[in-house]
Design a protein around this ligand. Sequence first.
Ligand code: TXA
Ligand code: MG
Length: 328
Amino acid sequence: MTRLRQVEGPDDPAILEAAEILLAGGLVAFPTETVYGLGADGLNPKAVAGIYAAKGRPATNPVILHVDGLASAKALTSHWPAEATALVERYWPGPLTLVLPASEMVPAIVRAGGPTVALRCPAHRIAQALIKAVGRPLAAPSANRSQQLSPTLAEHVASSLGEAVDLILDGGPTEAGLESTILDLSGARPRILRPGPVAPAELAALLGAVDLWEGALKLGETQPAPGMAERHYAPRARLELVDPGTGLSSLGGRSAYVALGTLPPLPDSIRGILLPLDAEAVGARLFALLHELDDAGFERVVMERPPAGEAWLAVRDRLQRASARERP
Ligand code: TXA
Ligand code: MG
């Protein structure tokens, strides 16, 4: 049985136990402010290999290293541009991941053989206490099987990864509910690879200009990061996006309709779910809702397409990938 331990705070003895497991090469899932991460000692290639095996993650998809701050991050890079310091001062600890040229300290498996490393300093106090107790960077992707829904509760981790994880630290629901913004600083111009809680406009204000990788909005582009797979974050139910108020007539079977702002009249056989017209609130709730609908056995989920506009960028990105069909 996978062990799930409720953690009351940063001084909880479960954190020391978790650190011992990590230093011995084991896997520990832990909460961050975005989603739960599946952690391993980021400087131990064998331990990191365990992450890939547990998730069924392709070896071509690199993982993020979680650090306790600026000094540790710098040691993992071969070049640290001035704008990285400005970003770290403004957003760390927090949901911003920076991609930079890797130093020799970073094992090849963490980089998936590439020249760069992704770095993030999480704001969650249990994550921080764990990194401190281990005294080394923690490699941690989201704690779910590859392509499945990201976990925002410890129970989601247990049901997705089960026996593959040695210990799950339960810190309750995560706050942001969507993964960190990934900003690539290794190229000629800063570029957002994955939209998240830190908005492009905020980054542009600080950096002067920032590109948004096209594939973050459109599917079918060549991918700069292999993890930006078209089908991703996927529930078991078939998820479809519709314009508000449409698509109702085709609904049948075990279906749910997720509305934003106002719930239209629905046939009795359809479960209606109302989310507020508020991007942050929807982001916080989205993965947990899809987990619940899967657990309740819904076969189809029809959700209203979120409005255009930057505030909804991260939610739109996740929904687009979650609803993408497998290509033959
Ligand atoms: O909020 C988050 O970022 C969560 C929590 C646990 O920290 N982590 C997370 O990790 O979402 P993961 O592995 O599920 O998503 C990380 C993404 C992947 O798409 C991966 O391809 C990309 O980051 N990535 C990692 N290293 C990279 C690199 N060196 N260059 C470009 N992309 C990279
Ligand atoms: Mg993930």
